[in-house]
Write a protein that binds this ligand. Sequence first.
Ligand SMILES: *Cc1c(COP(=O)(O)O)cnc(C)c1O
Length: 485
Amino acid sequence: MTETSATRGLIFNEPLLWEIGKKGRIGFSMPEHDVPDAPLDKEFIRKDSELPDLSEVNVIRHFTRLSQWNFGIDAGMYPLGSCTMKYNPKVNERVALLPGFAEAHPLLPTSLSQGILRLMFELERCLAAITSMDAVTLQPSAGAQGELCGMLIFRAYHRKKGKPRSKIIVPNTAHGTNPSSATLCGYKPVGISINEKGILTPDAVAALMDEDTAGIMVTNPNTLGFFEENIQKISEIVHSKGGLVYGDGANMNAVMGIVDMAACGMDILHLNLHKTFSTPHGGGGPGAGPVCTKKYLEPFLPVPRIIEEKGVFSLSNDFPDSIGKLHAFYGNVGIMIRALAYILCMGGENLKKASQLAVLNANYIKEKLKKVLHLPYDRTCMHECVFSDKNQNPTKITTLDMAKRLIDFGFHPPTIYFPLIVKGAMMIEPTETESKEEIDRFIAAMEQIVEEATNQPDLLRNAPMKCKVRRLDEAQAARKPCLAG
Ligand SMILES: *Cc1c(COP(=O)(O)O)cnc(C)c1O
Protein backbone atom coordinates (compact mmCIF):
# COMPACT_ATOMS: atom_id res chain seq x y z
CA MET A 1 0.00 0.00 0.00
CA THR A 2 1.42 3.33 -0.95
CA GLU A 3 -1.39 5.43 0.35
CA THR A 4 -3.89 5.47 3.16
CA SER A 5 -6.72 7.79 3.96
CA ALA A 6 -6.45 6.91 7.63
CA THR A 7 -6.76 9.04 10.72
CA ARG A 8 -3.39 10.74 10.56
CA GLY A 9 -4.49 14.33 10.21
CA LEU A 10 -4.67 17.09 12.73
CA ILE A 11 -6.55 15.66 15.69
CA PHE A 12 -6.61 17.92 18.72
CA ASN A 13 -6.80 16.92 22.30
CA GLU A 14 -9.98 18.22 23.76
CA PRO A 15 -10.61 18.91 27.43
CA LEU A 16 -14.07 18.97 28.96
CA LEU A 17 -16.11 22.15 28.64
CA TRP A 18 -15.85 22.48 32.43
CA GLU A 19 -12.06 22.57 32.11
CA ILE A 20 -12.15 25.22 29.37
CA GLY A 21 -14.73 27.44 31.10
CA LYS A 22 -13.64 30.58 32.91
CA LYS A 23 -15.86 32.59 35.24
CA GLY A 24 -17.40 35.57 33.45
CA ARG A 25 -16.74 34.36 29.90
CA ILE A 26 -19.84 34.70 27.74
CA GLY A 27 -21.10 33.51 24.37
CA PHE A 28 -22.65 36.76 23.22
CA SER A 29 -23.46 40.19 24.64
CA MET A 30 -26.88 41.74 24.83
CA PRO A 31 -27.49 45.49 24.57
CA GLU A 32 -28.06 47.31 27.88
CA HIS A 33 -31.68 46.87 28.79
CA ASP A 34 -34.02 49.75 29.57
CA VAL A 35 -36.48 47.91 31.83
CA PRO A 36 -36.15 47.09 35.56
CA ASP A 37 -34.22 43.92 36.56
CA ALA A 38 -36.39 40.96 37.48
CA PRO A 39 -34.63 38.07 39.24
CA LEU A 40 -35.08 34.58 37.79
CA ASP A 41 -37.42 32.45 39.82
CA LYS A 42 -35.19 30.36 42.16
CA GLU A 43 -36.93 27.12 41.30
CA PHE A 44 -35.81 27.38 37.69
CA ILE A 45 -32.15 27.49 38.63
CA ARG A 46 -30.46 24.08 38.61
CA LYS A 47 -28.67 23.25 41.80
CA ASP A 48 -27.18 19.95 40.71
CA SER A 49 -24.63 21.32 38.30
CA GLU A 50 -22.73 24.49 37.73
CA LEU A 51 -22.61 25.20 34.00
CA PRO A 52 -19.26 26.41 32.67
CA ASP A 53 -18.93 29.98 31.35
CA LEU A 54 -17.78 29.76 27.73
CA SER A 55 -17.22 31.98 24.72
CA GLU A 56 -18.82 31.17 21.37
CA VAL A 57 -15.47 30.16 19.89
CA ASN A 58 -14.87 27.76 22.85
CA VAL A 59 -18.13 26.02 22.14
CA ILE A 60 -17.77 25.82 18.36
CA ARG A 61 -14.21 24.50 18.52
CA HIS A 62 -15.11 21.99 21.21
CA PHE A 63 -17.89 20.39 19.22
CA THR A 64 -16.10 20.62 15.87
CA ARG A 65 -13.06 18.87 17.36
CA LEU A 66 -15.21 16.17 18.91
CA SER A 67 -16.87 15.61 15.53
CA GLN A 68 -13.41 14.96 14.06
CA TRP A 69 -12.94 12.01 16.38
CA ASN A 70 -15.94 10.39 14.84
CA PHE A 71 -16.29 8.46 11.61
CA GLY A 72 -19.21 8.86 9.24
CA ILE A 73 -20.11 8.11 5.68
CA ASP A 74 -19.02 11.63 4.73
CA ALA A 75 -15.50 10.77 6.01
CA GLY A 76 -14.95 7.48 4.24
CA MET A 77 -16.14 4.01 3.23
CA TYR A 78 -18.40 2.37 5.80
CA PRO A 79 -18.92 -1.23 4.66
CA LEU A 80 -21.14 -2.26 7.59
CA GLY A 81 -23.01 -5.32 6.30
CA SER A 82 -26.83 -5.33 6.42
CA CYS A 83 -26.86 -1.63 7.33
CA THR A 84 -26.51 -0.16 3.83
CA MET A 85 -24.33 2.74 4.91
CA LYS A 86 -24.37 4.47 1.56
CA TYR A 87 -23.68 8.08 0.74
CA ASN A 88 -26.84 10.18 1.02
CA PRO A 89 -27.06 13.03 -1.50
CA LYS A 90 -27.13 16.38 0.27
CA VAL A 91 -29.94 17.66 -1.91
CA ASN A 92 -32.30 15.36 0.00
CA GLU A 93 -31.29 17.04 3.25
CA ARG A 94 -31.95 20.41 1.71
CA VAL A 95 -35.41 19.40 0.57
CA ALA A 96 -36.27 18.10 4.05
CA LEU A 97 -35.24 21.47 5.47
CA LEU A 98 -37.53 23.55 3.25
CA PRO A 99 -39.41 25.74 5.74
CA GLY A 100 -42.82 24.62 4.49
CA PHE A 101 -41.93 21.06 5.53
CA ALA A 102 -39.57 21.65 8.45
CA GLU A 103 -41.90 24.09 10.20
CA ALA A 104 -45.17 22.27 9.53
CA HIS A 105 -46.85 21.39 12.81
CA PRO A 106 -48.57 18.01 13.10
CA LEU A 107 -51.54 19.62 14.89
CA LEU A 108 -52.36 21.85 11.92
CA PRO A 109 -55.74 20.97 10.40
CA THR A 110 -55.56 18.79 7.30
CA SER A 111 -56.84 21.69 5.19
CA LEU A 112 -53.53 23.45 5.93
CA SER A 113 -51.42 20.29 5.55
CA GLN A 114 -52.34 19.21 2.04
CA GLY A 115 -48.75 19.41 0.77
CA ILE A 116 -47.21 17.15 3.39
CA LEU A 117 -50.14 14.73 3.24
CA ARG A 118 -49.79 14.51 -0.51
CA LEU A 119 -46.06 13.90 -0.12
CA MET A 120 -46.69 11.02 2.27
CA PHE A 121 -49.42 9.61 0.06
CA GLU A 122 -47.12 9.71 -2.97
CA LEU A 123 -44.30 8.09 -1.02
CA GLU A 124 -46.66 5.26 -0.07
CA ARG A 125 -47.53 4.79 -3.75
CA CYS A 126 -43.83 4.80 -4.75
CA LEU A 127 -42.93 2.20 -2.12
CA ALA A 128 -45.85 0.04 -3.25
CA ALA A 129 -44.59 0.30 -6.84
CA ILE A 130 -40.98 -0.51 -5.89
CA THR A 131 -41.98 -3.63 -3.95
CA SER A 132 -45.11 -4.60 -5.96
CA MET A 133 -47.15 -4.64 -2.75
CA ASP A 134 -50.60 -2.98 -2.46
CA ALA A 135 -50.94 -0.89 0.73
CA VAL A 136 -48.39 0.97 2.83
CA THR A 137 -48.15 2.62 6.25
CA LEU A 138 -45.30 5.02 6.94
CA GLN A 139 -45.85 5.07 10.69
CA PRO A 140 -43.22 2.69 12.17
CA SER A 141 -40.04 4.50 13.13
CA ALA A 142 -37.55 1.75 12.26
CA GLY A 143 -37.27 -1.73 10.85
CA ALA A 144 -37.73 -3.26 14.28
CA GLN A 145 -40.99 -1.36 14.81
CA GLY A 146 -42.07 -2.40 11.31
CA GLU A 147 -41.58 -6.00 12.43
CA LEU A 148 -43.64 -5.32 15.53
CA CYS A 149 -46.35 -3.85 13.30
CA GLY A 150 -46.17 -6.93 11.08
CA MET A 151 -46.41 -9.33 13.99
CA LEU A 152 -49.38 -7.44 15.43
CA ILE A 153 -51.04 -7.77 12.03
CA PHE A 154 -50.26 -11.53 12.01
CA ARG A 155 -52.02 -11.76 15.37
CA ALA A 156 -54.99 -9.60 14.39
CA TYR A 157 -55.45 -11.57 11.16
CA HIS A 158 -55.32 -15.00 12.81
CA ARG A 159 -57.52 -13.89 15.68
CA LYS A 160 -60.12 -12.71 13.19
CA LYS A 161 -59.93 -16.12 11.54
CA GLY A 162 -60.65 -17.69 14.93
CA LYS A 163 -57.29 -18.51 16.57
CA PRO A 164 -54.18 -16.35 16.99
CA ARG A 165 -51.81 -19.41 16.76
CA SER A 166 -48.66 -19.63 18.90
CA LYS A 167 -45.46 -20.07 16.84
CA ILE A 168 -43.49 -18.35 14.10
CA ILE A 169 -40.71 -19.84 11.96
CA VAL A 170 -37.55 -17.69 12.01
CA PRO A 171 -34.42 -18.72 10.04
CA ASN A 172 -31.09 -18.90 11.87
CA THR A 173 -29.74 -16.23 9.52
CA ALA A 174 -32.31 -13.69 10.83
CA HIS A 175 -31.48 -10.39 12.49
CA GLY A 176 -32.03 -10.53 16.26
CA THR A 177 -34.96 -8.14 16.01
CA ASN A 178 -37.01 -10.81 14.16
CA PRO A 179 -37.35 -13.30 17.03
CA SER A 180 -37.62 -10.39 19.49
CA SER A 181 -40.54 -8.80 17.63
CA ALA A 182 -42.29 -12.17 17.40
CA THR A 183 -41.77 -12.79 21.13
CA LEU A 184 -43.07 -9.32 22.03
CA CYS A 185 -46.31 -10.25 20.28
CA GLY A 186 -46.63 -13.47 22.25
CA TYR A 187 -45.28 -15.81 19.57
CA LYS A 188 -42.70 -18.51 20.17
CA PRO A 189 -39.98 -18.25 17.51
CA VAL A 190 -39.03 -21.62 16.04
CA GLY A 191 -35.56 -21.70 14.48
CA ILE A 192 -34.98 -23.20 11.04
CA SER A 193 -31.63 -24.05 9.44
CA ILE A 194 -30.35 -23.15 6.00
CA ASN A 195 -28.79 -25.58 3.52
CA GLU A 196 -25.21 -25.79 2.19
CA LYS A 197 -25.99 -22.98 -0.27
CA GLY A 198 -26.86 -20.64 2.61
CA ILE A 199 -30.62 -20.55 1.89
CA LEU A 200 -33.87 -22.05 3.14
CA THR A 201 -35.34 -25.19 1.63
CA PRO A 202 -39.04 -25.93 1.13
CA ASP A 203 -38.58 -29.32 2.84
CA ALA A 204 -37.25 -27.75 6.03
CA VAL A 205 -40.19 -25.31 6.09
CA ALA A 206 -42.72 -28.07 5.36
CA ALA A 207 -41.34 -30.08 8.28
CA LEU A 208 -42.07 -27.23 10.71
CA MET A 209 -45.16 -25.54 9.30
CA ASP A 210 -48.40 -26.58 10.99
CA GLU A 211 -51.75 -25.05 11.87
CA ASP A 212 -50.50 -23.64 15.15
CA THR A 213 -47.76 -21.70 13.34
CA ALA A 214 -48.76 -18.16 12.39
CA GLY A 215 -46.25 -17.99 9.54
CA ILE A 216 -42.62 -17.30 8.72
CA MET A 217 -40.30 -14.30 8.80
CA VAL A 218 -37.92 -14.24 5.83
CA THR A 219 -35.16 -11.74 5.07
CA ASN A 220 -34.64 -11.66 1.32
CA PRO A 221 -31.87 -11.38 0.28
CA ASN A 222 -30.82 -12.99 3.55
CA THR A 223 -28.07 -11.80 5.88
CA LEU A 224 -25.48 -14.05 4.20
CA GLY A 225 -26.16 -11.97 1.09
CA PHE A 226 -28.03 -14.72 -0.77
CA PHE A 227 -31.35 -14.54 -2.51
CA GLU A 228 -33.84 -17.01 -1.06
CA GLU A 229 -34.41 -18.79 -4.37
CA ASN A 230 -37.09 -21.09 -2.96
CA ILE A 231 -39.21 -18.27 -1.62
CA GLN A 232 -42.24 -18.95 -3.84
CA LYS A 233 -42.39 -22.62 -2.91
CA ILE A 234 -41.86 -21.74 0.76
CA SER A 235 -44.68 -19.18 0.64
CA GLU A 236 -46.99 -21.76 -0.93
CA ILE A 237 -46.27 -24.22 1.89
CA VAL A 238 -46.91 -21.57 4.56
CA HIS A 239 -50.10 -20.37 2.86
CA SER A 240 -51.38 -23.93 2.43
CA LYS A 241 -51.45 -24.23 6.23
CA GLY A 242 -53.20 -20.90 6.60
CA GLY A 243 -50.02 -19.04 7.61
CA LEU A 244 -48.63 -15.66 6.51
CA VAL A 245 -45.23 -14.69 5.11
CA TYR A 246 -43.42 -11.71 6.63
CA GLY A 247 -40.62 -10.16 4.59
CA ASP A 248 -37.78 -8.35 6.37
CA GLY A 249 -36.81 -5.86 3.65
CA ALA A 250 -33.69 -4.46 5.34
CA ASN A 251 -31.67 -5.75 2.38
CA MET A 252 -33.84 -4.06 -0.24
CA ASN A 253 -30.80 -2.20 -1.54
CA ALA A 254 -29.95 -5.35 -3.51
CA VAL A 255 -33.30 -5.65 -5.28
CA MET A 256 -35.01 -2.22 -5.54
CA GLY A 257 -37.68 -2.41 -8.24
CA ILE A 258 -36.20 -5.69 -9.48
CA VAL A 259 -37.88 -8.34 -7.33
CA ASP A 260 -41.66 -8.53 -7.23
CA MET A 261 -42.20 -9.16 -3.52
CA ALA A 262 -45.90 -9.93 -4.01
CA ALA A 263 -45.04 -12.64 -6.56
CA CYS A 264 -42.56 -14.08 -4.02
CA GLY A 265 -45.57 -14.68 -1.79
CA MET A 266 -44.83 -11.97 0.78
CA ASP A 267 -47.95 -10.85 2.65
CA ILE A 268 -46.25 -8.15 4.72
CA LEU A 269 -42.89 -6.50 4.14
CA HIS A 270 -41.04 -3.76 5.96
CA LEU A 271 -38.55 -1.37 4.41
CA ASN A 272 -35.87 0.65 6.21
CA LEU A 273 -35.99 4.11 4.65
CA HIS A 274 -32.83 5.04 6.57
CA LYS A 275 -30.95 2.19 4.92
CA THR A 276 -32.20 1.99 1.36
CA PHE A 277 -33.79 5.36 0.69
CA SER A 278 -31.40 8.08 1.77
CA THR A 279 -31.16 9.08 5.39
CA PRO A 280 -27.84 9.36 7.19
CA HIS A 281 -27.87 6.82 10.00
CA GLY A 282 -25.47 5.11 12.34
CA GLY A 283 -25.90 7.50 15.20
CA GLY A 284 -29.08 5.77 16.32
CA GLY A 285 -31.81 7.42 14.35
CA PRO A 286 -34.31 8.77 13.71
CA GLY A 287 -35.39 6.34 11.03
CA ALA A 288 -38.52 5.04 9.36
CA GLY A 289 -39.67 1.47 8.77
CA PRO A 290 -42.74 1.58 6.49
CA VAL A 291 -44.79 -1.59 6.25
CA CYS A 292 -46.26 -2.78 2.96
CA THR A 293 -49.04 -5.36 2.76
CA LYS A 294 -51.20 -7.18 0.28
CA LYS A 295 -54.67 -5.73 -0.25
CA TYR A 296 -56.43 -8.21 2.04
CA LEU A 297 -54.32 -7.18 5.04
CA GLU A 298 -54.80 -3.45 4.49
CA PRO A 299 -57.69 -3.19 7.01
CA PHE A 300 -55.25 -4.18 9.80
CA LEU A 301 -52.69 -1.43 9.11
CA PRO A 302 -52.15 1.19 11.85
CA VAL A 303 -54.32 4.30 11.93
CA PRO A 304 -54.53 7.05 10.95
CA ARG A 305 -54.29 6.24 7.23
CA ILE A 306 -53.86 8.92 4.60
CA ILE A 307 -56.70 8.84 2.12
CA GLU A 308 -57.33 10.78 -1.05
CA GLU A 309 -60.67 11.80 -2.45
CA LYS A 310 -60.97 14.00 -5.54
CA GLY A 311 -57.48 15.42 -5.01
CA VAL A 312 -58.07 16.23 -1.31
CA PHE A 313 -56.02 14.38 1.30
CA SER A 314 -57.20 13.55 4.78
CA LEU A 315 -56.41 11.30 7.73
CA SER A 316 -58.84 8.54 8.55
CA ASN A 317 -59.24 6.46 11.70
CA ASP A 318 -62.18 4.64 10.23
CA PHE A 319 -60.57 1.20 10.05
CA PRO A 320 -62.26 -0.97 12.69
CA ASP A 321 -59.84 -3.90 12.25
CA SER A 322 -56.73 -1.70 12.58
CA ILE A 323 -54.06 -2.74 15.09
CA GLY A 324 -54.19 0.88 16.35
CA LYS A 325 -51.55 3.53 16.59
CA LEU A 326 -47.80 2.84 16.66
CA HIS A 327 -46.19 6.24 16.71
CA ALA A 328 -46.97 9.81 17.66
CA PHE A 329 -48.76 11.58 14.82
CA TYR A 330 -47.81 9.95 11.48
CA GLY A 331 -44.21 8.81 12.00
CA ASN A 332 -40.84 10.49 11.36
CA VAL A 333 -41.84 12.82 8.56
CA GLY A 334 -38.35 14.24 7.83
CA ILE A 335 -37.16 10.78 6.84
CA MET A 336 -40.12 10.42 4.48
CA ILE A 337 -39.29 13.69 2.72
CA ARG A 338 -35.70 12.55 2.12
CA ALA A 339 -36.93 9.20 0.83
CA LEU A 340 -39.36 10.70 -1.68
CA ALA A 341 -36.75 13.22 -2.84
CA TYR A 342 -34.29 10.35 -3.34
CA ILE A 343 -36.77 8.15 -5.20
CA LEU A 344 -37.88 10.99 -7.50
CA CYS A 345 -34.30 12.12 -8.19
CA MET A 346 -33.28 8.58 -9.07
CA GLY A 347 -36.34 7.46 -11.03
CA GLY A 348 -37.31 3.83 -11.52
CA GLU A 349 -34.51 2.87 -13.88
CA ASN A 350 -31.76 4.34 -11.74
CA LEU A 351 -33.08 2.69 -8.59
CA LYS A 352 -32.71 -0.64 -10.35
CA LYS A 353 -29.27 0.36 -11.54
CA ALA A 354 -28.22 1.34 -8.00
CA SER A 355 -29.16 -2.17 -6.83
CA GLN A 356 -27.28 -3.76 -9.71
CA LEU A 357 -24.16 -1.73 -8.89
CA ALA A 358 -24.43 -2.59 -5.19
CA VAL A 359 -24.47 -6.28 -6.17
CA LEU A 360 -21.59 -5.84 -8.61
CA ASN A 361 -19.44 -4.09 -5.98
CA ALA A 362 -20.04 -6.82 -3.40
CA ASN A 363 -19.17 -9.56 -5.87
CA TYR A 364 -16.01 -7.71 -6.92
CA ILE A 365 -14.86 -7.61 -3.28
CA LYS A 366 -15.84 -11.24 -2.77
CA GLU A 367 -13.83 -12.42 -5.78
CA LYS A 368 -10.76 -10.39 -4.83
CA LEU A 369 -10.72 -11.15 -1.12
CA LYS A 370 -11.60 -14.84 -1.33
CA LYS A 371 -8.00 -15.33 -2.43
CA VAL A 372 -6.85 -14.32 1.06
CA LEU A 373 -9.85 -14.70 3.39
CA HIS A 374 -11.95 -17.79 4.06
CA LEU A 375 -15.29 -17.56 2.21
CA PRO A 376 -17.69 -20.04 3.82
CA TYR A 377 -20.27 -19.93 1.02
CA ASP A 378 -18.44 -19.56 -2.27
CA ARG A 379 -21.17 -18.52 -4.69
CA THR A 380 -22.51 -15.39 -6.33
CA CYS A 381 -23.78 -13.02 -3.68
CA MET A 382 -26.17 -10.10 -3.69
CA HIS A 383 -25.20 -6.78 -2.06
CA GLU A 384 -22.96 -8.19 0.69
CA CYS A 385 -20.51 -11.01 1.24
CA VAL A 386 -19.57 -12.88 4.41
CA PHE A 387 -16.02 -14.04 5.16
CA SER A 388 -14.62 -15.66 8.30
CA ASP A 389 -11.32 -15.66 10.22
CA LYS A 390 -10.71 -19.39 9.68
CA ASN A 391 -7.52 -18.82 7.64
CA GLN A 392 -6.10 -16.82 10.55
CA ASN A 393 -6.64 -19.58 13.13
CA PRO A 394 -2.97 -20.69 13.15
CA THR A 395 -1.83 -17.29 14.51
CA LYS A 396 -5.01 -16.84 16.59
CA ILE A 397 -5.77 -13.55 14.86
CA THR A 398 -9.50 -12.94 14.99
CA THR A 399 -12.10 -11.07 13.02
CA LEU A 400 -12.08 -8.44 15.77
CA ASP A 401 -8.31 -7.87 15.36
CA MET A 402 -8.65 -7.42 11.61
CA ALA A 403 -11.67 -5.14 11.97
CA LYS A 404 -9.79 -2.93 14.45
CA ARG A 405 -6.79 -2.74 12.15
CA LEU A 406 -8.99 -1.52 9.28
CA ILE A 407 -9.61 1.64 11.28
CA ASP A 408 -5.91 2.50 10.93
CA PHE A 409 -6.37 2.44 7.17
CA GLY A 410 -9.26 4.90 7.34
CA PHE A 411 -12.13 2.47 6.87
CA HIS A 412 -15.02 1.78 9.16
CA PRO A 413 -14.95 -1.93 10.08
CA PRO A 414 -17.51 -4.24 8.51
CA THR A 415 -20.23 -5.95 10.56
CA ILE A 416 -18.52 -8.62 12.65
CA TYR A 417 -19.69 -11.84 14.31
CA PHE A 418 -23.00 -11.64 12.47
CA PRO A 419 -24.75 -13.64 11.09
CA LEU A 420 -24.26 -15.97 14.02
CA ILE A 421 -24.15 -19.13 11.93
CA VAL A 422 -20.74 -18.19 10.50
CA LYS A 423 -18.04 -18.45 13.17
CA GLY A 424 -15.93 -15.29 13.20
CA ALA A 425 -18.13 -13.70 10.52
CA MET A 426 -17.04 -10.56 8.68
CA MET A 427 -19.92 -9.19 6.66
CA ILE A 428 -18.98 -6.62 4.02
CA GLU A 429 -21.48 -4.40 2.21
CA PRO A 430 -19.78 -1.79 0.01
CA THR A 431 -23.02 -0.29 -1.45
CA GLU A 432 -23.33 1.26 -4.89
CA THR A 433 -21.95 4.64 -3.87
CA GLU A 434 -18.28 3.59 -3.55
CA SER A 435 -16.09 4.07 -6.62
CA LYS A 436 -13.83 1.35 -7.97
CA GLU A 437 -10.80 3.31 -6.71
CA GLU A 438 -12.15 3.38 -3.16
CA ILE A 439 -13.09 -0.29 -3.27
CA ASP A 440 -9.61 -1.14 -4.57
CA ARG A 441 -8.11 0.80 -1.65
CA PHE A 442 -10.28 -1.19 0.74
CA ILE A 443 -9.24 -4.48 -0.87
CA ALA A 444 -5.56 -3.47 -0.70
CA ALA A 445 -5.95 -2.60 3.00
CA MET A 446 -7.58 -5.97 3.71
CA GLU A 447 -4.83 -7.79 1.79
CA GLN A 448 -2.18 -6.03 3.81
CA ILE A 449 -4.00 -6.83 7.06
CA VAL A 450 -4.23 -10.52 6.13
CA GLU A 451 -0.51 -10.49 5.43
CA GLU A 452 0.19 -8.82 8.78
CA ALA A 453 -1.95 -11.52 10.42
CA THR A 454 0.66 -14.05 9.33
CA ASN A 455 3.84 -12.02 9.67
CA GLN A 456 3.16 -9.45 12.39
CA PRO A 457 0.26 -10.77 14.44
CA ASP A 458 1.18 -8.64 17.47
CA LEU A 459 0.67 -5.51 15.41
CA LEU A 460 -2.91 -6.55 14.78
CA ARG A 461 -3.52 -7.39 18.41
CA ASN A 462 -2.69 -3.79 19.30
CA ALA A 463 -4.73 -2.14 16.57
CA PRO A 464 -6.03 0.47 16.10
CA MET A 465 -2.92 2.53 16.65
CA LYS A 466 -3.76 5.82 14.98
CA CYS A 467 -6.96 6.66 16.81
CA LYS A 468 -7.93 8.79 19.74
CA VAL A 469 -8.88 5.66 21.66
CA ARG A 470 -7.56 2.12 21.19
CA ARG A 471 -9.32 -1.06 22.25
CA LEU A 472 -12.30 -0.27 24.39
CA ASP A 473 -13.97 -2.63 26.78
CA GLU A 474 -17.10 -2.88 24.68
CA ALA A 475 -19.31 -4.43 27.34
CA GLN A 476 -18.31 -1.80 29.90
CA ALA A 477 -18.66 0.93 27.28
CA ALA A 478 -22.31 -0.05 26.89
CA ARG A 479 -23.06 -0.71 30.56
CA LYS A 480 -21.16 2.13 32.18
CA PRO A 481 -20.61 4.71 29.46
CA CYS A 482 -18.08 7.37 30.41
CA LEU A 483 -19.28 10.40 28.51
CA ALA A 484 -16.68 12.70 29.98
CA GLY A 485 -13.94 11.61 27.54
C1 LIG B 1 -31.23 -3.27 10.30
C2 LIG B 1 -31.95 -4.55 10.25
C3 LIG B 1 -33.14 -4.72 10.99
C4 LIG B 1 -33.67 -3.72 11.99
O1 LIG B 1 -33.91 -2.48 11.43
P1 LIG B 1 -33.79 -1.13 12.31
O2 LIG B 1 -34.23 -0.08 11.35
O3 LIG B 1 -32.37 -1.03 12.74
O4 LIG B 1 -34.72 -1.29 13.47
C5 LIG B 1 -33.85 -5.90 10.81
N1 LIG B 1 -33.39 -6.88 10.00
C6 LIG B 1 -32.24 -6.75 9.29
C7 LIG B 1 -31.81 -7.85 8.39
C8 LIG B 1 -31.47 -5.59 9.42
O5 LIG B 1 -30.33 -5.46 8.75
